[in-house]
Design a protein around this ligand. Structure first.
Ligand code: NAP
Length: 203
């Protein structure tokens, strides 16, 4: 399969690229790096990306920005970022990309466990994650030509926790997290939210 991976240089994205590129052609997309660049927060930028890349079999997004901050500190800009980047950026990959993905192809978006297990500081992230899951569930009913759309819902990634100075014991490695993305691309899930622990190697 020819797979467009947006966020390929990130902690999760790199592991997804490693896993998918074993048997697929992965086209890496970043904000600064990658084979192609895009700004998820800009629909014209997404349109330019698909025009430049052409026909694909799958689109995977492991990007999407939103702030982790106390509710009382969230200003309009924090809501705008979560809505325009993490939420609409990924939704626009589907809206624009449906014209470029071949019959039976798929979209895999990144939500996160904070939609269902929020914590102090997660308001805008939880908001975007929940909306992404609902978007995929509803859009899957109407996408044409056998196109599928799913979200992957990662728990905290061990490498991210280490970077943040947290104890990584309860996290999942990026390599294990990537398994859910592979299942979303290669399986027949549609409208589903794939929880990353369900796809991790049994330890
Ligand atoms: N890591 C975790 O523990 C965790 C847990 C749950 C959910 N998630 C979600 O998983 C996703 C990826 O997380 P991560 O930790 O792997 O992120 P990360 O390491 O910070 O990587 C972010 C990626 O997104 C790209 N990017 C940044 N701004 C962009 C923009 N405006 N347009 C397009 N691409 C942009 C970056 O590209 P460049 O390098 O080229 O700038 C990079 O490839 C996020 O949506 C996050 O909320 C992560």
């Amino acid at each position: 399969m020819k797979i467009l991976l947006v966020g390929a240089s990130g902690i999760i994205g790199k592991a997804v690229a490693d896993r998918l590129s074993v048997i697929h052609e992965v086209i890496s997309v970043g904000y600064r790096g990658g084979d192609f660049q895009v700004n998820l927060g800009s629909k014209p930028s997404i349109e330019e990306l698909f025009k430049a890349v052409g026909t694909l079999d799958a689109v995977v997004c492991t990007a999407g920005a939103a702030d982790f901050a106390p509710f009382s500190d969230l200003d309009d800009a924090a809501y705008d970022l979560a809505l325009s980047n993490k939420l609409m950026g990924q939704i626009n990959l589907v809206r624009v990309g449906q014209n470029y993905v071949s019959d039976g192809g798929s979209f895999t978006l990144t939500a996160g466990i904070l939609s269902r297990e929020p914590m102090a500081g997660s308001v805008v992230i939880s908001m975007a994650n929940g909306a992404l899951e609902s978007f995929a569930r509803a859009a899957s009913l109407e996408l044409e030509r056998g196109l599928r759309v799913n979200t992957v819902s990662p728990i905290f990634v061990k490498e991210t926790m280490k970077m943040m100075g947290m104890d990584p014991t309860l996290g999942l490695s990026a390599a294990d997290t990537a398994r859910a993305y592979q299942a979303a691309v290669e399986g027949d899930f549609n409208g589903d939210t794939l929880d990353t622990p369900d796809f991790a190697r049994a330890s």
